[in-house]
Design a protein around this ligand. Sequence first.
Ligand code: PDD
Length: 277
Amino acid sequence: MIYFKDGEYLQEEQMNLSMNDRGYVFGDGVYEVIKVYDGVLYTAEEHMERLLESAAKIRLTLPYTLEQLVGIAERLLQENELSVGHIYLQVTRGVAPRVHQFPDHSVSPVLTGYTVENPRPLEQLDKGAAMKSVEDMRWLRCDIKSLNLLGNVLAKQEAVEQGCQEALFVRDGIVREGSASNVFGIKDGILHTHPANNFILNGITRRVVLQLASDLSIPVQEKEFTLAEALAMDEFFFTSTNAEITPVVTIDRQPIGEGIPGPLTRQLQKLFDEQIP
Ligand code: PDD
């Protein structure tokens, strides 16, 4: 496996990461996960644009352009002959003695990346998944794809321990997103999802789904809804780079609609499949 670090493509033994990397000690950095289908990057520009935006939001200047970032991802997938899976890229504020404030300008960010072979979750896409609601105790800048994922990790673990595949974050009674996904409900033919603000990550898959809904002339409401409203939806699904459009058949063990993947979810999945490489 070939890794990327600061301009170099390295074997695992050559990878040298510092104990003083601010990503390691503070989670002071941002990341992206980019899907590869059939050896081709999917929505790479959108992911790199979001990486640059996340970096800017934490006042970190990446010494790479969007085109260079796409080039790195391309080279990684070629070096590792990746067919289906994803590229993981992360950037930290660099290596410096552990003090909370930013290091001085001589310290450069550390960009690392690698590939993961990962088949599409076809069985889950077909049968659907179970969600468990959990209290959203994360910070108030969920729009930043930060390395700090403790709230997400604890939520996902709670869901998995209850035999569910994904957690459903609820803050102030409002359904926000999944632990590593965005969520959508369908009620009376209208697609509902949380507005893209500081309470959620504006997923790239979320944006694709909104475009597909528009292509299918499905009306969309980007507006807050409650857990009770989620439970009363006809259909429900979560989206992410790896989970694609995963139907949700139960929330807190209560069936959504008929308790099987719904027809509009199926239409969106079909259209999604048609536009991936
Ligand atoms: N997670 N919301 C959160 C909190 C996420 O972590 C993710 C993605 C999403 C969906 O974003 P996208 O459609 O761009 O993948 C929403 C990634 C895949 C992860 O952490 O592994």
